[in-house]
Design a protein around this ligand. Structure first.
Ligand code: NAP
Ligand code: MG
Length: 478
């Protein structure tokens, strides 16, 4: 049983204390993706709460930014301890808020952020805080007050990428989690309070983005906005921020391609690509949603992809046997089903589809994993981010065409290349215009910079580069 105190929150965290929203307590329900029931609630903050939080962060900035980096590293370690101590509850909450099966949620939604907090602690030592250049001393200084605005699909991971990097750099933070999955942000705030951070260094204001978002991105006392979410909202934030010349880092959507070269180990490549595409029911910005395959191998690939997809048992995220959970919310389910239905009119459906049924709990937001083949890369299902369990298989006739297909996207976040000749596969990876490419199943590296090209945004997160994002450079001549 979940502790109600973790799921039913009535206070915002501003200036080192828990307080009710200034304009009265309005609560927003957090819905359990598995069955549509109410999992908990969070307060709906308003513009005046954003004001108070930004002021608190501004007041705390000078002393926090002047601490030696090693002291900030000690605080981050304490925060990490606090997250580890709450790991079981965090996994159970995120599994139901977002819908990811519990075992996976425990490893990815909680384990990964814990690893990444440790990564920031190590990376603090890798940052060159000061160095000499001719008659100049180059100093890396904290950028200031950071607004961290995060989405619901990997709620703790994305928040840690911003809060960890910003705190390490010496910035103070106002965090605004997504309304769909805000509870882990409150638990992170509990861990931060327990770690004894000075008042105002970290502040948490939940509330509808369309109401408080502009107040945050248009605030003259915010120095940097770090946003992860949709391209539409990212574009709006950048425009609002431009009024004050506020710096912006954007991590947006994706439509990434996994390219199978003709010498690839098809079994391994297809299985890994399918699992990558359907991870978190396809609600992953870096998901390889396009499988680009030699035309002569397409039918074999389809069979292998169906075999892999069949293993993804759809069900309640808390059930042992579940490999694929529901989508995070009703509107997400409706939008994904609409895109699947539209594609069914023109594309070759080889698995799943809008009419496919599975035994799932009533009231949850379940969508059956779906695969289309023989897809033209120009078609909407190959161009638009679905953010659901949908894979498209796209045939190609030459390696140049495969690269062109991968790059024929508004997005540029991630991708993969598979081939027995490692050197040739790496050469293809270098031609793909995205922020990260995995060759032959190369493992996720938390020390590597993460971010996108094109409409996937700009800026990088995690590791030393993910700390430097939150800094300014000063040259002192003598
Ligand atoms: P979203 O609608 O853009 O929301 C993201 C965050 O922005 C939420 O906290 C939201 O608050 C807030 N927001 C909404 N309107 C705002 C405004 N006018 N000003 C400031 N903030 C505002 O995205 P989503 O639907 O939560 O997430 C799905 C999208 O995020 C997908 O497109 C996905 O690809 C992308 N994504 C990208 C990455 C990456 O690293 N590149 C990672 C994950 C997701 P409310 O929840 O209160 O509306
Ligand atoms: Mg939204």
């Amino acid at each position: 049983m979940l502790d109600n105190r973790l799921t039913h929150r009535s206070s915002l965290y501003i200036n080192g204390r828990w307080c009710a929203p200034e304009n009265g307590l309005v609560l927003t329900d957090v819905i359990n993706a598995a069955d549509g029931s109410v999992l908990g609630h969070v307060p709906s903050g308003g513009v005046s709460d954003i004001e108070a939080a930004v002021q608190a962060a501004r007041a705390a900035f000078e002393s926090w930014s002047n601490l030696p980096p090693s002291v900030r590293a000690d605080y981050l370690m304490k925060i990490q301890d606090g997250v580890v101590g709450r790991a079981v509850a965090l996994a159970e909450i995120i599994a139901q808020e977002v819908g990811m099966p519990l075992k996976m949620a425990s490893a990815i939604q909680v384990g990964l952020p814990v690893t990444n907090l440790g990564g920031f602690v190590r990376a603090i030592d890798e940052v060159e805080w000061e160095y000499e250049l001719g008659n100049s001393s180059i100093c890396r200084e904290a950028a200031g007050v950071v607004a961290a605005i995060t989405p619901w699909n990997y709620p703790l991971h994305q928040l840690v990428g911003k809060v960890g990097g910003a705190l390490a750099a010496g910035c103070t933070v106002v965090a605004k989690p997504a309304d769909i999955a805000p509870l882990s942000a409150f638990i992170l705030a509990d861990a931060i309070e327990e770690a004894g951070l000075p008042a105002g260094v970290f502040n948490l204001v939940s509330g509808p983005g369309r109401v408080i978002g502009d107040a945050l991105s248009g605030h003259a006392d915010v120095d940097l906005i770090s946003f992860t979410g949709s391209t539409a909202v990212g574009s709006r934030i950048a425009k609002t921020a431009a009024n004050n010349i506020t710096r912006v880092a954007l991590e947006l959507g994706g439509k990434s391609a996994s390219i199978l070269l003709d010498d690839a180990d098809l079994e391994k490549a297809v299985k890994t690509s399918v699992n990558n595409c359907f991870l978190n029911s396809g609600q992953t910005c870096s998901a390889w949603t396009r499988l680009v395959v030699p035309r002569s191998r397409q039918e074999v690939v389809i069979e292998l992809a169906i075999t892999a997809a069949k293993k993804l048992t759809l069900g309640h995220p808390m059930d042992e046997g579940t490999r694929l959970g529901p989508l995070a919310c009703a509107s997400q389910m409706a939008s994904v089903l609409k895109m699947i239905k539209a594609a069914e009119g023109s594309e070759r459906l080889v698995y799943g589809g809008s009419a496919a049924v599975a035994e799932v709990p009533e009231g949850g937001f379940y969508v059956h994993p779906t695969i289309f083949a023989d897809v033209d890369n120009k078609s909407p299902i190959a161009q638009d981010e679905v953010f659901g369990p949908v894979l498209v298989i796209i045939p190609y006739d030459s390696v140049d065409e495969a690269v062109a297909i991968a790059n024929d996207s508004a997005y540029g976040l991630a991708g993969a290349v598979w081939g027995a000749d490692q050197e040739r596969a790496v050469a293809v990876a270098k031609r793909i215009r995205t922020g990260q490419v995995d060759v032959n199943g190369g493992r996720f590296n938390p020390a590597a910079p993460f971010g996108g090209y094109k409409k996937s945004g700009y800026g990088r997160e995690f590791g030393a580069l993910g700390i430097e994002e939150f800094t300014e450079l000063k040259a002192i001549q003598q």
